[in-house]
Design a protein around this ligand. Structure first.
Ligand code: PSU
Ligand code: MN
Length: 312
């Protein structure tokens, strides 16, 4: 992987003119994923979230680039109608990196996960990506071997991913161990404690911390300029006023995991199943927190992208 934006994006990509112009002129661009729209939240809140996040990026002075695969074409920058389609069409496939070739070869639509969005962003020359939560090591992975390809991708693609950490539907301590092995810097944004998505803390310490967009941008620049190959996970805790108490979310997560087990949900379906079940079991409370943390990540990630562009 090169560290600077390629002179021309990969020829198989469709890059929206606005995104292409911003990249060519060195202006800040923020990548966004589409699985969070298609599989991460119910309709119509998912489409509302997608539009709102794009607006937050614009208000912060960057160009949003929502990534997806359209008719087999990896696409960087969606139209408003395309955002609506990814939210409303329940038949759209969840596409991680291992699924990309099949979706491209068969010419269908695909919603990109953290892993495949990172890869397409890198091919386009984008180095900052905002999302909600990362995939990770699933609970019980010591027997199921279920570890998200998001971790593999973080180890090999130089993109900074701003998230609210990892949900405790996953094994947070093992996820951080895996990221250490994979040579991925994990950075707390204004915190020493890795956030657990719905809550500001997980009880697991982060190995490093930054407190401002400029500090984060210098770290991202150093990681890219060293040519280390890996990305960076910047973990930004949910705002205090929006967080759920650990006691409130833990019971809901335990019930959702038990339900997944009883129904035999496995593989790529498990994360979407658990996310949907959490919304049901919490009477929508988890969705409110999810929406709030994505907005907060969009604000912080945009500020980091703007600071990074100023360094370049
Ligand atoms: N966590 C969330 N919302 C999401 C996802 C995870 O809070 O939408 C999605 C992301 O696209 C992430 C993917 O990359 O789930 C991970 O899926 P898996 O565990 O199957 O790798
Ligand atoms: Mn998996």
């Amino acid at each position: 992987m090169t560290t600077a934006a390629p002179a021309t994006p990969h020829p198989m990509l469709a890059v929206a003119p606005e995104v292409r112009d911003a990249l060519a002129e060195g202006r800040p661009v923020v990548a966004l994923e589409s699985t969070i729209i298609s599989h991460g939240m119910p309709y119509p809140q998912n489409v509302g979230m997608a539009r709102e996040v794009e607006q937050i990026v614009r208000d912060g002075g960057a160009v949003p680039a929502t990534v997806a695969i359209l008719h087999g074409r990896p696409t960087v920058g969606l139209t408003d109608d395309e955002l609506e389609m990814f939210g409303a069409d329940t038949a759209i496939r969840k596409v991680s990196v291992r699924d990309m070739a099949h979706v491209v070869a068969t010419g269908v639509h695909g919603a990109t996960t953290v892993a495949s969005t990172m890869r397409i962003a890198a091919l386009a020359g984008i180095s900052v990506f905002v999302t909600g939560g990362l995939g990770g090591v699933h609970r019980g992975a010591e027997s199921s071997m279920d570890v998200s390809a998001d971790l593999t991708e973080l180890s090999r693609t130089p993109v900074a991913v701003i998230s609210a950490g990892v949900k405790s539907i996953l094994d947070i301590a093992r996820t951080l161990e895996a990221l250490e092995t994979l040579e991925v810097p994990v950075v707390g944004y204004g915190t020493d404690d890795f956030p657990s998505f719905f809550s500001r803390s997980s009880g697991v310490a982060v190995p490093m911390r930054v407190d401002t967009p400029e500090e984060a941008a210098r770290l991202v620049a150093a990681q890219l300029d060293l040519g280390l190959g890996a990305g960076i996970s910047i973990a930004n805790p949910v705002p205090v006023e929006d967080e759920m108490a650990r006691e409130d979310i833990d019971g809901v997560i335990a019930q959702a995991l038990a339900d997944a087990d009883a129904r035999g949900v496995v593989g790529k379906d498990i994360t979407p199943y658990l996310l949907g079940r959490l919304v049901e079991l919490s009477d929508g409370r988890s969705l409110e927190t999810n929406l709030a943390l994505v907005r907060n990540n969009a604000r912080v990630g945009t500020a980091i992208a703007v600071a990074l562009a100023a360094l370049r």
